[in-house]
Design a protein around this ligand. Sequence first.
Ligand code: ATP
Ligand code: ATP
Ligand code: CA
Length: 218
Amino acid sequence: MKKEYAVIGLGRFGGSICKELSKEGLEVLAIDLDEDKVNEYKEIASHAVIADSTDETVLRELGIRNIDHVIVAIGDNIQASLLTTVILEELGIKKITVKAQNDYHEKILSKIGADHVIHPERDMGKRIAHNIMSNNILDYIELSDDHSVVEVKAGNKMSGRSLVDLDIRAQYGCNVVAIKRDKDVIVSPMATEMIQEGDILIVIGADKDISRFEKNLV
Ligand code: ATP
Ligand code: ATP
Ligand code: CA
């Protein structure tokens, strides 16, 4: 059976999730308190309804229990976001993803049963900051509070040298897990692999190590 999704809160974030899922041909139930927002999604989502997600009866009547994955994208009203999450958890929704507004919100959400808490403004800010530090840092993904993965373009400090030559693991404690070269991806490169100008390196490590690596080699 096809997986079904519900997006609660059709602000910029929830709205964009709703649009993207719908574009992929997936079943999406779009929910918002605001009539204008709901009207905007009438033609986009499979169903768009005006409802208050803090009202358990309303959620039940919408058949939310049959939904596989619910995304709670209520931003400013933290109380409504928390209450909605608790209700969804009690109704037995298998997968609940919630957008957090700040670190406290995030902490509480994890405790009350959100399966996945996202913090788009903070995470995007971090990614952009790394991109600003150097034009060669293409992307940055946080793995945990102190570990990340970065995607870097090899500049003249690295090109023409091998991994042993650069001694990346020993010097910086980071691992090059893959190298993207044109259309090829070299997964788990050999220590003797020569880096070429324009190669894209996928590097994993502790933030403090990645930071040294970025300062010295990128
Ligand atoms: P974004 O930060 O994603 O751009 P936004 O700032 O535009 O969002 P918010 O006020 O953060 O909007 O909330 C997102 C949406 O959630 C709004 O459209 C709002 O009407 C809706 N919303 C708020 N409370 C509820 C609720 N209890 N039930 C359903 N929808 C709600
Ligand atoms: P080590 O004892 O440091 O783990 P090793 O015994 O695995 O090294 P090699 O695999 O030959 O020896 O690699 C030699 C050095 O080359 C490593 O210490 C490391 O600094 C660097 N190196 C090799 N492969 C990678 C990689 N994928 N990412 C980062 N550095 C690498
Ligand atoms: Ca907002």
